[in-house]
Design a protein around this ligand. Structure first.
Ligand code: ZN
Length: 236
């Protein structure tokens, strides 16, 4: 019989120290963070989301997209980077007056690897973008999307501790691809879309075919019985 089993107090010191360190460490770990990629529903409802990214080069709202959605009063969400908000104040002010349009946070400077930033810089990216969005539209943000979708456990925890929920997407539409035609984009999105999906496109001029494809995509989904929602109407 093993003496250690009968007398745990004679276990090697390193084991008990390791166990103690683990127990002390546990309460310090952040609560399990997670990225939302779907709506919590089996109903035929999807969220149309659009990224308004801007890093160094000024970018401008693709009115071909927003005019269509606004004219038909179709709910949608834009993830706005702070730099973009500064260059598109009038357009965002107009959208901010519409209750079926949601404006959310896509960082201030759109660094493609926010997981490489220290905690304080991440918090600053959130706060500055929210301030720019508020100045442009009178809206504050509750949801956040990481630029290029890059994050790690620490950066995700920092964002959640700042009071944001992180929302990414169910599948990539591929609309930043220059070779993606409106027909390809339409075919791909209609092939992939399922109830509860969060769709992602770009509204900063880099969704090359998005404005031309969107009316057909929306009409086809409506024929299938789908409706559209702001994220904050469906997410906690
Ligand atoms: Zn982006």
């Amino acid at each position: 019989m093993c003496r250690a089993w009968r007398r745990p107090d004679i276990m090697p010191t390193w084991i008990s120290r390791a166990a103690l360190a683990w127990l002390l460490l546990l309460p310090a770990l952040p609560a399990a963070a997670k990225v939302i990629t779907r709506l919590p529903t089996a109903d035929k409802v999807v969220a149309l989301t659009f990224d308004a990214c801007e890093s160094r080069t000024p970018a401008f709202l693709d009115h071909g997209i927003s005019d269509f959605l606004v004219a038909h009063q179709i709910p949608f969400t834009i993830f706005v980077s702070g730099r973009f908000a500064r260059h598109n104040g009038a357009a965002l002010a107009a959208l901010g007056k519409l209750d079926f349009v949601e404006l959310e946070n896509h960082s201030m400077n759109h660094f493609n690897h926010m997981e490489r930033l220290p905690d304080q810089a991440i918090r600053q990216e959130l706060a500055e973008a929210d301030a720019a969005l508020f100045q442009a539209s009178g809206r504050h943000s509750r949801y956040f999307r990481f630029p290029a979708g890059n994050y790690d456990a620490r950066s995700l925890a920092v964002v959640e501790q700042a009071g944001y929920k992180v929302v990414h997407w169910s599948f990539a539409s591929g609309d930043p691809g220059r070779s993606v035609t409106p027909a390809h984009l339409t075919e791909w999105v209609l092939l992939k879309t399922r109830p509860g999906d969060i769709l992602i496109f770009h509204i900063n001029g880099r969704g090359w075919s998005t404005a031309r494809a969107l009316p057909g995509i929306v009409a086809a989904l409506q024929r299938r019985g789908y409706r559209f929602t702001r994220l904050d109407r469906m997410l906690p």
